[in-house]
Design a binder for this molecule. Structure first.
Ligand SMILES: [Zn+2]
Length: 74
């Protein structure tokens, strides 16, 4: 058996795997793109620590001092 076709097959296989990976990456990117980071930004009124929390919480406890803060509006 000649090495030529085997090498070609390896390249074809690698190209196929690469194509699948790119497709999966694109699908994942599209799925996450419409919602960049929906996390709410909080800024502590006591220690000025800036942190984020889930978008569905109205009040979040500061990880530095424990004070509850309302979302920071830009
Ligand atoms: Zn704080």
């Amino acid at each position: 058996m000649q090495p030529g076709p085997i090498i070609f097959l390896c390249f074809a296989l690698a190209a196929g795997v690469l194509a699948v990976l790119v497709t999966v990456y694109e699908l994942r990117r599209k799925r996450f793109e419409p919602e960049p980071t929906e996390d709410r930004v909080f800024r502590c009124g006591d220690c000025s620590y800036v942190y984020t929390d889930d978008p569905d919480v109205d009040q979040s406890r500061c990880p530095e001092c424990g004070r509850f803060n309302t979302p920071f509006v830009f």
